[in-house]
Design a binder for this molecule. Structure first.
Ligand code: ADP
Ligand code: MG
Ligand code: MG
Length: 209
């Protein structure tokens, strides 16, 4: 079970991790994009950090919705509306709820992925953030079905996301700026998949702490 208080801690840790990986994410966007993924994400999550104080005692739906709106209004580039949609769809799963149970967590990831797919028209294997998020969701769902606890389930999701990031190095980009490079995108790690991994890793680490 994740309380609204621990959700706020998770968001804070995600925001700090994105900020500290600003250069790394931007460097990944250099060879296959326009060198701004870290800048975009860091801008958005800095704005999110400034909202956290107002979110104390709010329900999980309101917290996730505020993150969504903040990212949509502050992040330029493809990743802003995509992550914004993901958080917005997530927020609807726990609208008015003060905590997130394991089934909610699986549903949150499912809805986030559906939102990204609809918005960006990408599929698994197109070398995008979905290549980290879809394996993470599958691992999370399987762990929950097997009766594992939330901490273990998110640890498995984080490992699956990391493997997904590695996989992006081997495939051709079919969506976003990297797709302009065609075959030359092979060998490069997708920045958006990497930021998705960082987010899931922070969820897992915060739950453990
Ligand atoms: P931009 O490409 O507009 O500069 P960013 O650099 O912030 O935006 O984000 C790039 C990342 O967005 C990519 O690495 C990829 O993971 C993700 N992305 C781009 N287009 C799509 C899409 N259509 N669907 C899903 N993810 C996408
Ligand atoms: Mg970019
Ligand atoms: Mg850009």
């Amino acid at each position: 079970m994740i309380t609204s208080k621990s959700l706020l801690k998770i968001i804070q840790n995600i925001a700090e991790a994105i900020k500290s990986n600003k250069e790394y994410l931007t460097d990944l966007d250099n060879p296959i994009g326009d060198s701004d993924h870290g800048i975009n994400m860091s801008k958005g999550f800095t704005a999110v950090l400034n909202k956290l104080e107002d979110l104390k005692d709010k329900d999980c739906g309101t917290i996730l919705k505020t993150v969504a709106m903040t990212l949509i209004s502050t992040v330029g580039g493809a990743s802003g509306p995509l992550y914004g949609t993901a958080f917005l769809k997530s927020s609807m799963v726990v609208s008015g709820k003060m905590d997130i149970d394991k089934q909610d967590a699986v549903k949150i990831f499912y809805e986030a992925i559906e939102g990204i797919k609809i918005r960006g028209k990408a599929q698994k294997g197109d070398k995008t953030m979905l290549d980290a998020l879809i394996p993470a969701h599958e691992a999370l769902e399987k762990a929950v079905e097997n009766g594992e606890d939330t901490i273990m389930a998110f640890e498995r999701a984080a490992i699956a996301a990391q493997e997904g990031v590695e996989f992006t190095k081997t495939i051709i980009a079919r969506k976003g700026r990297a797709s302009y490079l065609g075959e030359r995108s092979i060998g490069h790690q997708d920045p958006g998949a990497t930021s998705s991994y960082i987010i899931i890793r922070e969820i897992a680490n915060t739950l453990k702490s």
